[in-house]
Design a protein. Structure first.
Length: 298
């Protein structure tokens, strides 16, 4: 419910609904052996890569299918996307709350329609987290320190290299005529995302083991304790900055200005989180979530 409200009222690219569904699916694996969980995680990582390869080979070897795809992109998909983007650039920076809400509903439906194509990696990461829990990696973290360093370097090499190849292929692919660059782009996207995630996780742990890093991690830790509240708060900040009922900066911010806004929002949230967790054990949304889960409200 929080995810649906978040998507409709604040941000159409909401992930909470997807995570809630995948959390339920994860219950199917709660009694599985760690090895079984790891195997399924690898399978879910591989599925989108295999689907991409299968699609490319099917199209590359079928001239009529290739022609049909080209016509669909040219006559249906591309005009629809252009019209939709023009509409969003018109409504978001100048529309009132109702106008933005209606536009956001359209964007939310489009976003949810795309979920079946890329939810595989996300669920694979859920399974990988369950595997780590089953193996008690977090309880044995000091014992595994040398392995964590190895994983940090390996995931960094794979993740950074994968992202470089992903970006390179992105600028060579053809959205209208599937080519080998489309395949490379998709494959390295699915490789780079999980490996960079692991790189960040292991990097934060190793950072916490040096003096300066320990201070940084201590400042960031409260943000994680009220992560749900901070996630929704970011959307609230961006609504005020970007949309017509706020400052109306949608489509008017350069990448460098966007980076500055991002850093400022993070700093504000870090200060607020540190102040808040010294006084309360649960964030506002975490509190509502827990109460609703145990049927003590609503």
């Amino acid at each position: 419910m929080i995810g649906i409200f978040h998507a409709l009222l604040l941000w159409p690219g909401d992930f909470l609904v997807l995570y809630a569904i995948q959390g339920l699916l994860l219950l199917l694996f709660r009694k599985a052996q760690p090895k079984t969980i790891l195997i399924f995680s690898i399978i879910f990582f591989l599925i989108p890569i295999l689907l991409t390869l299968t699609f490319y080979l099917a199209v590359a070897n079928d001239a009529s299918l290739m022609s049909q795809l080209q016509n669909d992109f040219k006559n249906i998909i591309t005009p629809d996307l252009i019209q939709h983007n023009e509409k969003s650039y018109s409504i978001y920076p100048s529309g009132n709350f109702i106008d933005v809400f209606v536009m956001r509903m359209d964007d939310t439906l489009r976003f949810y329609q795309s979920l079946p194509f890329w939810w595989w990696n996300s669920f694979a990461m859920f399974l990988l987290g369950l595997y780590a829990g089953k193996k008690q990696y977090f309880q044995r973290i000091e014992e595994l320190k040398s392995k964590i360093k190895y994983i940090f370097y390996l995931s960094g090499i794979l993740g950074i290299t994968g992202n470089i190849v992903f970006v390179w292929a992105y600028f060579h692919q053809n959205l209208f005529v599937p080519n080998i660059y489309n395949v490379i782009n998709s494959i390295f996207h699915f490789i780079a995302v999980p490996t960079m995630t692991i790189f960040y996780i292991t990097g934060i742990y190793l950072l916490s083991k040096v003096r300066v890093g320990e201070v940084i991690v201590e400042l960031l830790a409260p943000m994680g304790k009220i992560a749900l509240t901070n996630y929704v708060m970011q959307s609230l900040f961006c609504n005020i900055l970007l949309f017509g009922f706020g400052f109306g900066l949608y489509g008017k911010i350069s990448p460098s200005e966007g980076l500055v806004f991002c850093i400022l929002i993070w700093l504000i949230q870090m200060l607020l989180s540190n102040w808040y967790v010294k006084r309360y054990s649960l964030g506002p949304l975490e509190y509502l979530w827990r109460k609703a889960a145990y049927k003590k409200i609503f």
